[in-house]
Design a protein around this ligand. Structure first.
Ligand SMILES: O=C(O)CCC(=O)C1=CC=C[C@@H](O)[C@@H]1C(=O)O
Ligand SMILES: [Mg+2]
Length: 324
C-alpha cells in the first residue's frame, strides 16, 4: 500500500550567505516522503536560487504531479523531470527500496570564503588527508595568488581545491597563476572553472600546469565526460544535475576516463546533506566530498549533521502541502 507526502520547509541561514548576486536569508524547499508498507524513504527538492534553472514553486508543482501518479501505482518517470525534482524523488525512491547504504562520508573539505586564518585552524585539527576548498575570483586575482601561496607554505601537504566559478578573463587567470610559485602548483589539487568559457579554462590549464575541474560545465547542454589535458576532476552537485542514477552514471564515466568525481552540495538542509554524505561514501569512496555547507545555516532539518549543534526542526512540525 503506497502513500506519499510533500512537506514544505523554510530554514533560516547564517547571516551573510551570498549567492552570486543576492543574500540568502532563508533556504526553502520541499521534502518528499514515500511509504510502501513498512518501508519509508525521504528526498529533498530544493532548487538553489541563482544556480537552478527552476524555481521552488515550479519544482513543487512538478513533484506533486509525479507523486500523484506514483501513489496510484505508476512508476516514477523522471526522464523529463527538473533536476531538483529528479534528485529528490529518486533519492526518496532509493531509500524506500533500501538501496542507499547507511554509512556516510562526513569528512568534508573545509570551505573558506572569508578569513584564511580560520581555515588554517580547522586544517590543523583535520585528521588524515588535508583537503580544503577556497573561493577565488571574488577579489583581486593577485590576492588569490598570495592566499594560495600562504596556505601551501603553511601546510605543505595540503591539497587545495580552488573555485573561481567562471569569474576570470584569461588575463585575470594569468595574473593569478603568475603569483602562485611554480613549485607550489602541485599543492593545488584542482581549480574549478577558472574562466568564463570552458575553452579558456582548458587553455589556462595547459599554459600554467594548474589542474582544473568542471562544475558549471557538467551542467552545460551536451556535456560529455572525457579525458582532456589539464582536467582532473568533475564536481557533481546532484540537486543541479538530476537523478541519483544520472549522478552515478557521471561518477562511473569520470572514473573510466581517469578523472576524480567529487559529490558536492547545493546548500541542501541537513536532511539532504546527510544523504549526499551517504551517496559519496557509496559511490566515491576515499574521495572527500564538497559538503562543508552546514555552517551556512542557522538550523537543521530532521536528520542532524554529525557534530553540528544547531537546533533541529523536525518534519512533523512542517506544513504538509500535499498527501495521498
Ligand atoms: O563544493 C563545495 O565544497 C561546497 C559547495 C559550494 O562551494 C557551493 C555550492 C553551491 C553554490 C555555491 O555557493 C558554491 C560553489 O560555487 O560551488
Ligand atoms: Mg563552484
Amino acid at each position: 500500500m503506497r502513500s506519499a507526502k510533500l512537506y514544505q520547509y523554510q530554514l533560516p541561514m547564517d547571516s551573510g550567505v551570498i549567492l552570486r548576486n543576492q543574500r540568502l536569508v532563508t533556504r526553502e524547499g520541499w521534502v518528499v516522503e514515500l511509504r510502501d508498507g513498512e518501508a519509508v524513504g525521504y528526498g529533498e527538492i530544493a532548487p538553489l536560487p541563482e544556480f537552478s534553472r527552476e524555481t521552488t514553486q515550479q519544482a513543487g508543482e512538478q513533484a506533486q504531479q509525479l507523486l500523484e501518479a506514483w501513489s496510484q501505482g505508476d512508476n516514477l518517470d523522471l526522464s523529463q523531470a527538473l533536476p531538483s525534482v529528479a534528485f529528490g524523488l529518486s533519492m526518496a525512491q532509493l531509500e524506500l527500496a533500501g538501496g542507499l547504504p547507511a554509512d556516510g562520508n562526513y569528512q568534508v573539505a573545509p570551505l573558506c570564503s572569508g578569513d584564511p586564518d580560520d581555515l588554517i585552524v580547522r586544517l590543523d585539527e583535520m585528521p588524515g588527508e588535508k583537503v580544503a576548498k577556497i573561493k577565488v575570483g571574488m577579489y583581486e586575482a593577485v590576492r588569490d595568488g598570495i592566499v594560495t601561496n600562504m596556505f601551501i607554505e603553511a601546510i605543505p601537504e595540503i591539497r587545495l581545491r580552488l573555485d573561481a566559478n567562471r569569474q576570470w578573463t584569461p588575463i585575470k587567470a594569468q595574473q593569478f597563476a603568475k603569483y602562485v610559485k611554480p613549485e607550489h602548483r602541485a599543492g593545488i589539487a584542482f581549480l574549478e572553472e577558472p574562466c568564463k568559457t570552458p575553452a579558456d579554462s582548458l587553455a589556462f590549464a595547459q599554459e600554467t600546469g594548474i589542474n582544473i575541474a568542471w562544475d558549471e560545465t557538467v551542467r552545460d547542454e551536451g556535456f560529455e565526460v572525457k579525458a582532456e589535458p589539464g582536467v582532473v576532476a568533475i564536481i557533481i552537485k546532484p540537486t543541479l544535475v538530476g537523478s541519483v542514477q544520472r549522478c552515478i552514471e557521471l561518477v562511473n564515466q569520470a572514473h573510466a576516463a581517469g578523472l576524480t568525481a567529487v559529490i558536492s552540495s547545493s546548500i541542501e538542509s541537513s536532511l539532504g546533506l546527510n544523504q549526499l554524505a551517504r551517496l559519496a561514501a557509496w559511490q566515491t569512496p576515499g574521495e572527500i566530498p564538497g559538503l562543508d555547507t552546514m555552517q551556512l545555516f542557522a538550523a537543521q532539518l530532521e536528520t542532524p549533521w554529525p557534530g553540528c549543534n544547531l537546533p533541529v526542526t523536525s518534519l512533523v512540525t512542517l506544513e504538509v502541502v500535499w498527501q495521498k
